[in-house]
Design a protein around this ligand. Structure first.
Ligand code: KG4
Ligand code: ZN
Length: 346
């Protein structure tokens, strides 16, 4: 079983052998946080407390298993919101202790990578080919990681300021498109006819990213065009955005996708990897997925969009690998709000 409560989804899932999904329950708080234009940590913790027992119960029920069928309970221990993480970790500890099941702590970012191993019943497992290059692009992180084997990671590059998802969220808020920004920007961008030109921060000679300059350029352009909607909440109907909003969204998305794809492909060539793996909420973006598929020098694997955004099946899949190596947690396991993905390249 996997349990995930690091941000604004309360999730539990049952996965067999780290690959086969038997259940994947996700209770999203997004509508509650949308009122405030972003995740409110205290509200998130409270919602996790309300949701965790029904979510775990449903995950067991939908999988058609009982506690005695489970070989491990994996839970996100970080990075994430401290109060939110505590709900999942304490639930997992209580269940593991009460039912005599091994407890495994999972790094949320490593969990995102393992979404690439998951399949539904009837689908073939496609083992990614090592070494592979993982782009983890979420609301809090944009990491480029070299993975030489299970559990063997080197951080090649990361964002120096905003994460890609964070830029989507901020740009959407400024233009009155609401929260979360990624899906709504993607939808509005599709209606753009002449994408607004925006600069790209290449940071040549490094595998790092930077999105705050782009964010500022977008906010400035929006202001110049008179389409800034300061304040919280959605003001624009994404089904019928003004043409200028659609063009700014399209130009912004194009710039983010261009940088993510170009830098990932460059690193893939340089490190001579066998495959590129996408993950994290931003990997749900259709434009990113198709551009990466077109331009990657090696085969690309991306999980279906529902497994790119936060879920517990990926935590179970990752926890399974730790369990295989005997990496169980003690009962004094803590939460680690700033847990990094991997050691940086020397
Ligand atoms: O991985 P995730 O669900 O949570 C974190 O670990 O942060 O990622 C959430 C982020 C948000 O910033 C959201 O706006 C972005 O992923 N996102 C997208 C899309 N769907 C979600 N960004 C671009 N296009 C999307 N379709
Ligand atoms: Zn995530």
């Amino acid at each position: 079983m996997g349990i995930e409560t690091s941000c604004d989804e309360t999730a539990a899932a049952v996965v067999e052998n780290g690959v086969l999904i038997h259940s994947n329950v996700i209770s999203s708080q997004v509508e509650i946080h949308a009122r405030y234009g972003g995740v409110v940590p205290e509200v998130a913790s409270r919602q996790h407390i309300l949701q965790i027992v029904p979510v775990v119960t449903l995950a067991l029920e939908e999988a058609g298993v009982t506690w005695s069928d489970l070989e491990g309970i994996a839970v996100t221990k970080g990075p994430g919101l401290a109060g939110a993480l505590l709900v999942g970790v304490n639930m997992a500890k209580a269940l593991a202790l009460g039912h005599g099941i091994p407890l495994v702590g999972v790094n949320h970012l490593e969990g995102h990578v393992y979404a690439n191993w998951l399949v539904d019943a009837g689908q073939d497992v496609q083992e990614p080919e090592f070494p592979c290059l993982c782009l983890i692009a979420s609301g809090g992180h944009t990491d480029l990681v070299l993975m030489k084997g299970h559990g063997d990671y080197t951080l090649l590059g990361r964002t120096r300021d905003d994460a890609a998802g964070e830029a989507f969220d901020k740009v959407a808020r400024v233009m009155g498109l609401g929260y979360p920004g990624g899906p709504v920007i993607e939808r509005v961008a599709r209606q753009g006819t002449s994408p607004h030109p925006f600069p790209r921060a290449w940071l040549r000679g490094t595998d790092d990213f930077s999105f705050s300059g782009l964010k500022t350029a977008v906010i400035r352009a929006a202001r110049d065009l008179g389409i800034v909607a300061e304040g919280e909440g959605a003001r624009i109907d994404p089904a019928q955005p003004p043409a200028q909003v659609a063009d700014v969204a399209a130009g912004f998305q194009e710039a983010v996708v261009d940088v993510l794809v170009e830098k990932t492909c460059h690193a893939a060539r340089r490190w001579e990897v066998g495959q590129v793996l996408l993950s994290g909420g931003v990997a749900a973006n259709g434009s990113l997925r198709s551009a990466m598929a077109r331009r990657s020098p090696v085969p690309l694997h991306c999980p279906p969009p529902i497994l790119c955004t936060d879920n517990a099946a990926m935590i179970a899949a990752c926890g399974y690998r730790h369990l295989l190596k005997g990496e169980e947690e003690d009962w004094d396991m803590e939460v680690y709000p700033n847990l990094p993905m991997a050691p940086a390249v020397a």
